[in-house]
Design a protein around this ligand. Sequence first.
Ligand SMILES: Cc1cc2nc3c(=O)[nH]c(=O)nc-3n(C[C@H](O)[C@H](O)[C@H](O)COP(=O)(O)OP(=O)(O)OC[C@H]3O[C@@H](n4cnc5c(N)ncnc54)[C@H](O)[C@@H]3O)c2cc1C
Length: 485
Amino acid sequence: MTVNISLCMFLNTMKETLSDVTKDTKSSSRTNNAIKVKSVIPRKRQQLLKWYGWGYKDSMFKLTGETTVFTGKRYSIGEKNLPHFQKWAKDRFNIDTTKTPNIPQLPTCYPDSRLPDTVRQELETIAPISTEGVDRLIRAHGQTLKDISNLRANKFPRIPDAVIWPSDHEQVVQIVECASQYRIVIIPFGGGTSVSGAVTCPANERRPILTLDTSEMNSILWLDGEQLLARVQAGIVGQDLEREMRSRGFTVGHEPDSYEFSTLGGWVATRASGMKKNTYGNIEDLVVQTKVVTPRGVIEKSCRVPRMSCGPDWEHVVMGSEGCIGIVTEVTLKIRPVPPVIRYGSLVFPDWDSGFYFEREVAKQRLQPSSIRLMDNEQFRFGQALKTEASWGGVLLEGLKRVYITRIKGFDPTKLCVVTLLMEGTPQSVAERERILNRIAAAFGGVPAGAENGERGYTLTFVIAYLRVSLCLMLSRCNKNYGAK
Ligand SMILES: Cc1cc2nc3c(=O)[nH]c(=O)nc-3n(C[C@H](O)[C@H](O)[C@H](O)COP(=O)(O)OP(=O)(O)OC[C@H]3O[C@@H](n4cnc5c(N)ncnc54)[C@H](O)[C@@H]3O)c2cc1C
């Protein structure tokens, strides 16, 4: 890992002022025993996840003849017929549904690993390592359009030479020392959901590249229900973290759209933002302390306080650093009790402007609920295309019809837009918030469209990411040579 000169000087100064000593505070509701989390994502990611695009292997839009089904049972629309989807896909993308999509086959040949055997053997004594082509390929990229296009065309100019899976901080220290000694480049890899290009191997990098996969560093080291803090290893996946917290009555509340697959370390390294940031804040508001392994030593703030007035805040240097400064191994995070009431809501507005000015007024009055999202008409129509035959889709249609006839007659379906809401709190605070939001909405021509539409809009966020891979399969006839190299 290379660090530029001014950064080195900064790191050295920080090392003098920050030490790796953290005083533990005693607390009755503290779990000192590490909670080893069983991750949903296996080490061989390709066993569960698509290697050629987003998400679980068993989950995708499957268009056959006149019918469309979203396969698998993981999402609310799973295994249900989507009768309106094909028309939408044909109108928007000119999809020919008579063609059978080709599921890409894994490439059969991969570039040789440039990691010298002697170094591989040395690294093997520290943690499991693989030089298998497929392990390297699926960690050679994030999820940008360019990444997926390169993947589909098998055109990556460079892929990592090996992948290593440390399980704790000490192993990372040893790996970084070894890599520094042999001039090996390390790219940290969490969930691989990057959209900045930062996990993609630089084409002109001549040194061996080692991908450090953090997924086996996924324990909750301790949890303190009194101080409302938890110390967590950085490779934990969002859905694992939230599931474990909730089973103990707590929540972190950080939910980027990618949180099923992205990791705590990835959130820190990319300064991630979550859907419920109005209540919980973005990652920078949740992080109290990070532990970072750099080629020049380990850096960690010496006291566990949310903020200090003297000196620059080290955590703000780490956040957004995209793995360039070092590897985040552990994070102390703020947690909260799970709120007693979680309620969804939705509002329909005649057009984008009225929805926009409604949201601006809500922001002015500082009344944002945990999540508030304005979906434009395109997204609204996509939501309509995802209506299932006999589920909440029907409810939406009926709800909207009723609203049309009684209250919003005259709304143009090609212009209207929807605001989805997620409110959290006590029964009283949620009811009061909902009442005020409805009142403000009315002033901008909006009308309530029900909790089910709100929940649907919120959860469909996770399904939208599957659209690209399914439509690409339908659109491409070019992938018949896929994997030929
Ligand atoms: C469908 C989709 C939805 C998304 N939604 C959101 C969203 O709502 N909000 C948002 O902010 N972003 C979003 N993103 C972007 C992405 O999910 C985030 O940037 C996320 O934080 C990346 O986490 P990751 O674990 O997948 O990291 P990776 O993709 O594995 O890595 C991202 C960067 O962080 C570095 N890194 C990873 N782990 C560590 C570590 N332990 N120490 C040091 N560096 C590390 C990597 O080297 C790389 O530079 C979305 C992306 C997709 C594809």
